[in-house]
Design a protein. Structure first.
Length: 579
C-alpha cells in the first residue's frame, strides 16, 4: 500500500520525492558547530548598525527567475512573530498567546541573481531581526521553502537555505551572548525593566537570550543533527534562566516567565533523552517554585509533557545501570522492583495522556493548536519511554539500521552484531526482568501503534490561518515541501518503526513456517479457523504504522537532521515490504 493512502489529501504529499536519494546535500549534513559559521564573516555583518538597508548586487526581490533558488525572509518583527505562531508555537509554546489577531504567513522572497556563492550580510535582507530571539526564530523559518521555489529539494536550494539559516543562527548566538553580558549582575526576573524594544508585548527583553538559546538548541537537533551542541545550547539556556532567578518566582511569575522557564526545562530534558545523559536539574528540585504555564483552553499539557520526559530520563538511567550489553554483569536485587515501578509509572502517564480532547472539540486558535499538539507529543514521549524499557527484552537490541540513531544499535557499529546466541544480556537478566519476551513484545507493539497514530494526528502548520475574515484565494499556495511539524520528537518515529519492522519479520517467519501459535500473544482471542486471517491483518497494521511514521519523517525533510533518519527507515521499509 502506498503511504499516501494513510492521509487524506495532504496538500504537499504529491510533490515529495520518495526515492532513497531524495535529499542529497552537496556537503555533509549535521555536526556543524555554529561557532564555525562565524569564521570568515566580517564583524560588520553581525554588528549592530543603524544604516539603512542596501541593495546587494547578487540578490533580487523582484520577479522570480526559475533558474535560481529563493530564500524566505520577513519585512518586520511583527511578521516574524506571526510566523512563529504558525511554525514553532504549535509544537512548543515558548511565548504567551498572541496579543494581536493572527494573519496568514507573509514572507518576503529574496533570490540570488547568479550561481556564484552568496556572501550573507545584513544588507541583503528586507529586514534584519532586532533581537537574539527574533534572529533564532528566523534561523528556523529560513529552512522552510517558499511556494515560489522552483526546485525546493535541489542541492542548490537546500544549500542556500542551510547557509542562510546558519547565518541567522550564528548571529542569534552572538547577539544572545551580548544580551546576557548586558544583564545586571544578580538581576532578577521580577525586575526586568529594559529600554530594549519588545519582540512580544508580554515578553520582557531580558528573556530574549534565554528563549534564543532554547530555540538554537532545537535548531541544532532538527537541522544540524548535532546533539552535543543541542545540549550545550540547552545548558546555556538553563544557566542563563537560573542566573535571573527564572526558576523560583513562585505564583507571582507572569505567563511569559512561566513559559520561558518550563520551555527551557522541556528542551533540556529532551537533550538529555536524545544524548543519553542525565540532566543538570530535576523536576523535584525544591528550589524550583515557578508554576507551570496555563493555556486556558480546557486542558493543560505542560505537566504531562514534563512527567513523560522525566520518566524517559528514568528509563535511560535504569538501562544504563543494567549494562545490558555486558554478559558478565549480575543485575542487583532491586532491579526487578525498579522495572516494575517504572513501568507502572509509565502506564499512569499514558492513561492520563488518553484523556485529551479529540480534534474538532476545541476552537482553532494558536493556543489550542499548541496545547493539543504538546499533549500528543507527551503521549509520544511516554510510549517511546515504555518501548525503550521493554525493547531489549523483546528484541535483544538486534540492529536493523545501518547507522546509529536515537540509541538504537547500528549494523555498522563495531561489536554490536555478534551471533544471536551471544545476545543474552546480563547473566541473570531472564530471572530478574519481570516481563516475559512475549509480554514485552506485545507492550512494544501496542505503544508503537499508538505512536504511529499520534504522528498522524499532530496538527501541521497552516500558513493560511487567520483570525480575521479573508477573501477566498488571497493566501499563497502551500509550499511544495511544507514541513508537518517541528520534529524535535522524530526519534520516537524511528524507534517505533524499529519495533514494527522487527515484529513484522517475526510474524512473517511464523506465517511461512505455519507456526502461528507463536504469535497468539499478539492476537485478541485467536481462533484456529481464522488465525491466518488475523495474523495477516496484524502484519498489515504493522505496515500501515511504519508508513504513517515514514510519511511524517519525509514531510519534515526540510530539516536536514531528520533526513538521514528518514532514509534509514525508508531503506528498512523497502527491504521489508517491497522486495
Amino acid at each position: 500500500m502506498h503511504i499516501a493512502h494513510l492521509h487524506q489529501n495532504p496538500p504537499h504529499f504529491k510533490y515529495l520525492k520518495w526515492g532513497p536519494i531524495a535529499l542529497q546535500p552537496s556537503t555533509p549534513v549535521g555536526f556543524t558547530d555554529l561557532n564555525d559559521v562565524l569564521d570568515g564573516v566580517e564583524p560588520s555583518a553581525l554588528a549592530k548598525s543603524s544604516r539603512s538597508i542596501e541593495t546587494y548586487k547578487n540578490i533580487q526581490t523582484g520577479p522570480i527567475n526559475e533558474d535560481f533558488p529563493v530564500l524566505r525572509s520577513y519585512k518586520s518583527e511583527e511578521d516574524i512573530l506571526n510566523s512563529y505562531y504558525i511554525y514553532i508555537h504549535p509544537y512548543i509554546s515558548l511565548l504567551p498567546a498572541p496579543t494581536k489577531p493572527q494573519h496568514d504567513d507573509q514572507p518576503e522572497m529574496i533570490q540570488p541573481r547568479t550561481q556564484d556563492a552568496i556572501v550573507f550580510e545584513r544588507s541583503i535582507f528586507p529586514h534584519w531581526p532586532s533581537s537574539s530571539l527574533s534572529l533564532a526564530i528566523s534561523a528556523i523559518l529560513a529552512l522552510i521553502p517558499l511556494p515560489q521555489d522552483p526546485a525546493p529539494l535541489s542541492d542548490a536550494s537546500i544549500s542556500l537555505r542551510r547557509s542562510c539559516a546558519q547565518f541567522y543562527a550564528g548571529a542569534a548566538l552572538k547577539e544572545a551572548e551580548e544580551e546576557v553580558d548586558e544583564l545586571s549582575p544578580g538581576a532578577s526576573a521580577l525586575c526586568m525593566d529594559s529600554t530594549q524594544e519588545k519582540f512580544h508585548p508580554d515578553v520582557p527583553p531580558p528573556l530574549h537570550p534565554v528563549l534564543a538559546f532554547t530555540i538554537l538548541s532545537i535548531f541544532e537537533d532538527c537541522q544540524q543533527g548535532n546533539l552535543s551542541q543541542m545540549r550545550n545550547r540547552a545548558n546555556r539556556a538553563i544557566t542563563t534562566a537560573m542566573d535571573i532567578s527564572l526558576h523560583n518566582l513562585g505564583t507571582v511569575a507572569s505567563e511569559a516567565q512561566r513559559r520561558a522557564w518550563w520551555s527551557v526545562v522541556c528542551v533540556h530534558f529532551l537533550s538529555s533523552i536524545l544524548q543519553l545523559t542525565r540532566p543538570i536539574i530535576t523536576m523535584s528540585d525544591p528550589i524550583i517554585t515557578t508554576p507551570f504555564p496555563i493555556f486556558n483552553v480546557g486542558f493543560e499539557p505542560w505537566s504531562l509533557l514534563l512527567k513523560a520526559e522525566n520518566a524517559a530520563i528514568s528509563v535511560h538511567s535504569l538501562v544504563q545501570d543494567c549494562h545490558l550489553e555486558d554478559e558478565n554483569v549480575v543485575l542487583s536485587g532491586d532491579t526487578k522492583e525498579r522495572i516494575q515501578q517504572l513501568d507502572s509509572d509509565l502506564v499512569s502517564i499514558i492513561a492520563l495522556s488518553d484523556r485529551s480532547p479529540r480534534q474538532g472539540e476545541c476552537s482553532k486558535t494558536a493556543e489550542t493548536f499548541s496545547s493539543q499538539n504538546m499533549w500528543m507529543i507527551a503521549r509520544v514521549i511516554a510510549h517511546s519511554a515504555r518501548i525503550k524499557l521493554h525493547r531489549f527484552r523483546a528484541f535483544l537490541d538486534i540492529p536493523i539500521f545501518l547507522d546509529k540513531y536515537c540509541g538504537l544499535s547500528a549494523i555498522y557499529q563495531k561489536n554490536t552484531y555478534p551471533p544471536l546466541p551471544q545476545l543474552r544480556g546480563p547473566k541473570n537478566f531472564d530471572s530478574v526482568f519481570p516481563f516475559t519476551v512475549p509480554e514485552s513484545s506485545l507492550i512494544c507493539l501496542k505503544s508503537s501503534l499508538v505512536v504511529a497514530r499520534a504522528f498522524k494526528n499532530i496538527y501541521s502548520p497552516n500558513p493560511c490561518y487567520t483570525d480575521e475574515p479573508r477573501q477566498p484565494g488571497t493566501c499563497q499556495a502551500i509550499t511544495q515541501v511544507h514541513p508537518r511539524s517541528l520534529p524535535f520528537f522524530a526519534c520516537a518515529a524511528m524507534q517505533s518503526s524499529y519495533v514494527l519492522l522487527m515484529l513484522h519479520h517475526r510474524v512473517q517467519a511464523a506465517l511461512k513456517s505455519e507456526r502461528l501459535s507463536t504469535c497468539h500473544f499478539f492476537l485478541n482471542r485467536p481462533e484456529n479457523e481464522i488465525e491466518h486471517q488475523d495474523t495477516e491483518r496484524l502484519t498489515d497494521e504493522m505496515q500501515f504504522g511504519v508508513e504513517s511514521m515514514l510519511f511524517s519523517l519525509k514531510s519534515d525533510l526540510v530539516f536536514e537532521g531528520v533526513g538521514k533518519m528518514s532514509r534509514e527507515v525508508e531503506a528498512a521499509y523497502q527491504s521489508t515490504f517491497l522486495l
